[in-house]
Design a protein. Structure first.
Length: 101
């Protein structure tokens, strides 16, 4: 499910497209999935900031990304970033953190 979001500044034009957005109770989660070569993490960081997503509820799955690189990127861009190997553990970590605090 793609979610397209318009901006007040961009009348009639979609400013953002998110791969998946879910809401549980009062918590909203956004997910981005990228395959192949992807390196525009700043764009996703800015999207998260502009849409006011809580950093701990925004996750990027990049299929070609190794976990060591994902951890480093996650530190700098302040949202969950993972490759295929770490996806399940990052997703569980994100959900546990959201519902135990």
């Amino acid at each position: 499910m793609n979610v397209k979001v318009s901006s007040i500044k961009s009348s009639g034009v979609y400013a953002h497209e998110l791969d998946c957005v879910i809401s549980v109770d009062d918590k909203c989660f956004a997910f981005e999935m990228k395959s192949g070569h992807f390196d525009d993490y700043l764009m996703l960081y800015n999207t998260r900031k502009e849409l006011h997503f809580v950093p701990d509820r925004y996750l990027l799955l990049s299929t070609n990304l190794e976990e060591e690189a994902a951890s480093t990127l996650q530190y700098f861009y302040e949202f969950y970033i993972t490759g295929m190997r770490g996806f399940k553990s990052r997703l569980v970590e994100m959900l546990d953190k959201a519902f135990t605090n």
